[in-house]
Design a protein around this ligand. Structure first.
Ligand code: 13P
Length: 234
């Protein structure tokens, strides 16, 4: 059984989400299916598909104009929230420390954080991939979260680019993440791969050791693209 999560980023509509959920409700699968949508679309899911958000405030409530709290996300029906996505790190200066605070805020409100780590092209070219991944996990994952989190490895240079690392690179990254989590007392934490996943490469990527599922951007927007990813693995 794998975890197949979609990240709609800043796309879609409420009616489009209703249509997607209706389509997914008819899919025969044992896999866990999650759709992380913009704040305005967050709603309760169904027995087949859970709904999540893409960001969360570090604060509980108060004078933080424009922020959305974990309590609000729970109240709207969310079960999951992505934290530390590459685009939040790039455009909103989110550091590992902020990501850890956001993950803590999610857990305090009964949400499962999907904690993203991954290297930029500059870091990759400087030979720092493994270092960035390991420090990303150590610094972005809070203490005492066994069984409560999901980690996603998203090589930042490959997102939306139609590029994917080699199978060996994915295996090395996921093995390092699994070992790092184990050393933190978090053995068995699911680790998703994300960046340019589509129907044609999903099964191969999910056959790689320590890849427990995928986090899908562009190919999660249309049911014709997303369903083949969900059904590509048992
Ligand atoms: P793409 O699948 O569009 O490359 O996006 C990946 C991603 O950022 C998922 O969070």
């Amino acid at each position: 059984m794998k975890i197949i999560a979609g990240n709609w980023k800043m796309n879609g509509s409420r009616s489009g989400l209703d249509e997607m959920i209706s389509a997914l409700d008819n899919v025969e699968t044992q896999n866990t299916v999650i759709l992380c949508v913009p704040f305005t679309m967050v709603r309760g899911g169904t027995s087949r598909v859970a709904v999540g958000a893409q960001d969360i405030s570090t604060h509980d409530k108060g004078a933080y104009t424009g922020e959305v709290s974990g309590q609000m996300l729970s109240d709207a029906g969310a079960k999951y929230v992505i934290v530390g996505h590459s685009e939040r790190r790039a455009y909103h200066n989110e550091t590992n420390a902020i990501v850890a605070e956001k993950a803590t805020a999610a857990l305090a409100n009964g949400l499962t954080p999907i904690i993203c780590v991954g290297e930029t092209m500059d870091e990759k070219q400087a030979g720092k991939t493994m270092e960035i991944i390991e420090s990303g996990v150590r610094e972005s994952v809070p203490q005492n979260v066994s069984g409560k989190i999901i980690v996603a490895y998203e090589p930042r240079w490959a997102i939306g680019a139609g590029l994917t690392p080699t199978d060996q690179e994915i295996a090395a990254a996921h093995t390092l993440i699994a070992k790092t989590l184990e050393s933190m007392g978090l053995a068995g934490t699911p680790v998703l791969y994300g960046a340019s996943v589509k129907g044609s490469n999903a099964a191969q990527i999910m056959s790689i050791e320590h890849v427990d599922g995928v986090l899908v951007g562009g190919a999660s927007l249309k049911s014709d693209d997303f369903i083949p990813i969900i059904t590509s693995v048992k």
